[in-house]
Design a protein around this ligand. Structure first.
Ligand SMILES: Cc1ncc(COP(=O)(O)O)c(C=O)c1O
Length: 357
């Protein structure tokens, strides 16, 4: 049996509850819910009290709407499928003045969230004066031709860094939303905070919701946070399929990728980069019978691990485990939390859901 990804549904619900700390949350479920599985995650988050979801994809938005009729389903990307948005009662970003000028006629009746570009600057209005132009233009339209300003939002690109830039992007955004207050416009959703920002600041002034991703899925956005607040609800493991006794200078693998520098043992494990294990991850260790052993080579469907006499055929070999957390390897430079998750290959891994009610 090759790699097995085990997701503990009960833990996922518990983690989603605890990370919100009682604050209304929009759950980011893009990319198949960070690869946990969209339906599994949406149902778990509903159980954890969440009634608002965000994704970049129309297909995912439709799937979410099928699961929950009442929730707010927010499209983070600009879309041009206006009738589709209306038919499913989706909410969508209003990404720029230029977009508004081109499409305002199609936007009638749609719930929009005005996006501020800020320092992240992937999309969004650059200043409130641009928003003011939109507001002025809306007032020239008949009521049935207008959209509904349901929200205002931006995305922080520096919240997991500690070099002072985050403070600037946060202040720019707070100044931006201050204008809505001055105009007595009170959108139902004001949201900017990802897991890092919420962990640093709690809910920012003037906000109605957080907009969390990785924290819901149990990984820490930056190091130094308490593990107990981020309970990892999954593990990834495979098994030892062979053990080779190696003499000193004996090579193994393609081109002799591993050469023993002493008499040792190597376990051949039935998982590889074809299953989504990152090459950088394989520069570190794995967990067998509660002990850490170095991975010495990664191939498409196998991994070589230097072991000792305590390891036997069929032993479980963990790449990720609550005692070998994914975020540990994020902070060791393997790649972002989401990158390590998104790369897991569901076509080759077996997925097991445990504690599924
Ligand atoms: C627009 C937007 N909001 C929120 C999030 C959630 O961020 P995090 O997973 O760091 O909580 C993301 C994640 O990439 C995002 O792209």
């Amino acid at each position: 049996m090759s790699g097995i990804l085990t997701i503990d549904r009960e833990k996922l619900v518990t983690q989603a509850k605890q990370v919100q700390s009682g604050i209304a949350t929009i759950a980011v479920v893009k990319n198949n819910a960070y690869n946990f599985g969209l339906e599994l995650a949406v149902r778990a988050f509903l159980e954890a009290g969440i009634t608002a979801f965000a994704t970049t994809s129309l297909k995912e938005a439709e799937a979410i709407r099928k699961i929950t009729e009442e929730s707010m389903v927010f499209l983070l990307n600009p879309t041009y499928e206006f009738e589709f948005v209306k038919s499913l009662n989706l909410s969508m970003t209003l990404p720029s003045l230029d977009y508004y000028n081109k499409y305002y006629e199609e936007l009638n009746g749609i719930n929009v969230h005005i996006e501020y570009a800020g320092l992240f600057n992937r999309s969004g209005f650059e200043s409130f004066s641009e928003v003011q132009e939109v507001l002025n233009h809306q007032m020239t339209l008949d009521e049935h031709e207008r959209f509904n300003i349901e929200g205002a939002w931006c995305h922080f690109g520096y919240a997991d860094e500690f070099d002072g830039v985050y403070e600037t992007e946060r202040q720019n955004w707070l100044d931006f939303i201050g204008h809505f207050k001055k105009l007595d416009i009170e959108p139902e959703y004001i949201h900017s905070q990802n897991t890092a920002s919420f962990s640093r600041d709690g809910l920012l002034e003037g906000h109605t919701h957080t907009r969390l991703g990785i924290g819901l899925y149990g990984s820490k956005p930056y190091s130094g946070l308490n593990n107990d607040l981020f309970m990892q609800p999954f593990d990834l493991h495979s098994t030892v399929v062979q053990i080779r006794d190696m003499d000193e200078d004996m090579p193994m693998g393609y081109g002799g990728s591993f050469v023993a520098d002493r008499k040792t043992k190597v376990a051949v494990v039935d998982i590889g980069y074809g299953d989504g294990v990152l090459r950088k991850r394989a520069e570190f260790d794995c967990l067998i019978n509660g002990r850490r052993y170095p991975i010495v080579t990664l191939m498409m469907s196998h991994m070589l691990v230097e072991v000792d006499e305590d390891v036997s055929i069929n032993d479980k070999v963990y790449i990720y485990h609550p005692e070998m957390r994914l975020d540990e390897y994020t902070f060791k430079g393997v790649g972002a939390n989401s990158e390590q998750l998104a790369t897991l290959n569901y076509n080759t891994l077996t997925k097991e859901i445990i504690h599924d009610s």
